[in-house]
Write a protein that binds this ligand. Structure first.
Ligand code: AHR
Length: 493
């Protein structure tokens, strides 16, 4: 039997702006993310522009990718940027110690990454090396990329073929410095952060947005210490990393073959993001009542066991309707907390963890998670509206909210409501009550499939959004049926 619930939306109560960067991505020199996934080189038979796969760049443009983080991840704190510039044949070949011990030939470096961002039309987000690098090295990287004048680094850039500097806004200073980035204590890291950031200058009109390495998951102590040692003058934001791992790290669970119980455990763990954001934000507010320092969730997503037969160090996993549901939950949470959450970067963009894109040779598929980013893209730069749903918890697991939602309004008054139904069997009839808004028209899309369905290289369209007519409307109410295990996006004008 259909359950009836209400979604109350107050268009007069406009909350925070949903930064487009919440829909950001992350790319690391890990497995087949960069090489194969993004960069194939100019001589490849795979269609490319300056070595970047055309199919991948086009797909990333389709979801309006706003920002891309690079070069890691753990790789970042072992990355020495000078290894990745200049003639490719002279670039150092090194071992990627974090990810499979494979040879990194540095053919994708600073110029290539910034070229990629230009092709996508997104902001670059550089993760600097604090763990094993030097202050001078990071400061010179900034000079190399952004200084428009005469200096050793600007001259070197010009010698390497780029006359004009790039604009680089986002600069992360270290990655997971509580772990792979140096095993530091928070007060030690905070002191290092203060020193490093001091020598990263704003050159030639480029304004750096400096991001300090924030906590791992529920390490509230790290947040407290870090926030007590930085201020808005030296940091614009701190990061948070949290992955949804259904099992143990040693046995995380399969990406495609999972039981009902595992599905609900995954959801429960995905919902932990809400608790983490609330608690870290409380601590941040204790130190920064004005909300001048943002929270950037620059690594999030589902982390399952690798696909059977693939390199365990490459973190390659398939992506099902379950991933679509957890992506929708997370994005709704980020929207709801956009007063403090200023950016988020799903891990990782291609062929690694919860990717939006998978590639195999010259083939490319868009995953269910891709489609969520496509359906949600109009939340970018819109204003969050006050909304409340009176749904309870799923029929199968009383700790998981049955429906997840967020609603935003564009400057032209159009509304996007995104609703996902986590239940596996229960459909919901949601009556959307619009206060302070007369709806003249409404269109909808739905993503719905078996919960373990996925797109493969032989069958790429199993999980795809469809136009949805399962709603009726009056002036101030829209009644929509949200089937079990589906995600719906309603565009209301
Ligand atoms: O995304 C994979 C890894 O997860 C990153 O390199 C690291 O930052 C995190 O632990």
């Amino acid at each position: 039997m259909m359950k009836q619930v209400n979604l109350y939306v107050n268009a007069a109560n406009r909350k925070s702006k949903i930064n487009k960067e919440i829909y950001g991505h992350f790319s690391e020199h890990l497995g087949r993310c960069i090489y194969d996934g993004i960069y194939v080189g100019e001589d490849s038979t795979i269609p490319n522009v300056k070595g970047m796969r055309k199919d991948v760049v086009d797909a990333l443009k389709e979801i309006k990718t706003p920002v891309l983080r690079w070069p890691g991840g753990c790789f970042a704190d072992e990355y020495h940027w000078k290894d990745g510039i200049g003639p490719k044949e002279d670039r150092k070949k090194m071992v990627n110690t974090n990810w499979g011990g494979v040879t990194e030939d540095n053919s994708f470096g600073t110029h290539e990454f910034l070229e990629l961002c230009e092709q996508i039309g997104c902001e670059p987000y550089i993760a600097g090396n604090l763990g094993s690098g030097t202050v001078q090295e990071l400061s010179e990287w900034v000079e190399y990329m952004t200084f428009d004048g005469i200096s050793p680094m600007a001259d070197l850039r010009k010698k390497n073929g780029r006359e004009k500097p790039w604009k680089v806004k986002y600069l992360g200073i270290g990655n997971e410095n509580w772990g792979c980035g140096g095993n530091m204590e928070p007060d030690y890291y905070a002191a290092e952060y203060r020193r490093y950031q001091q020598f990263c200058k704003n050159f030639s009109g480029n304004e750096l947005y400096k991001v300090a390495c924030g906590p791992n998951s529920d390490d509230y102590h790290w947040t407290d210490v870090l926030m007590s040692k930085i201020n808005k003058g030296i940091s614009k934001a701190i990061s948070l990393h949290y992955y949804t791992v259904p099992g143990e790290w040693s046995k995380k669970g399969s990406a495609t073959a999972f039981s009902k119980d595992e599905y609900f455990t995954t959801l429960q763990k995905a919902y932990k993001m809400e608790e983490l954001i609330v608690k870290h934000c409380e601590i941040m507010s204790k130190h920064d009542q004005e909300h001048e320092i943002g929270l950037i969730v620059d690594e999030w997503g589902n982390w399952f066991d690798v696909e059977p037969g693939t390199n365990p160090g490459f973190l390659y996993q398939q992506n099902t309707m379950r991933d679509a549901i957890t992506a929708s939950i997370n994005l709704n949470i980020f929207n709801q907390h956009s007063d403090r959450v200023v950016m988020a970067n799903i891990a990782q963009v291609v062929n690694v963890l919860q990717s939006v894109i998978l590639t195999e040779g010259d083939k490319m598929i868009k995953t269910p998670t891709f489609h969520i980013f496509r359906m949600y893209r109009d939340h970018q730069e819109a204003t969050l509206l006050d909304s409340y749903i009176d749904a309870t918890t799923t029929a199968e697991n009383a700790t998981i909210p049955a429906l997840s939602q967020s609603v935003s309004m564009k400057e032209d008054g159009s509304i996007l409501a995104t609703i996902s139904n986590c239940d596996l069997e229960q459909d919901y009839e949601v009556t959307i009550h619009l206060a302070a808004k007369c709806a003249k028209s409404c269109t909808a899309e739905i993503l719905q499939a078996e919960i373990d369905a996925y797109n493969s290289f032989d069958n790429a369209d199993v999980v795809e959004p469809k136009v949805y007519n399962g709603f009726s409307m009056k002036e101030d109410t829209i009644v929509v049926t949200v089937p079990a295990a589906s995600v719906i996006a309603l565009s209301i004008k």
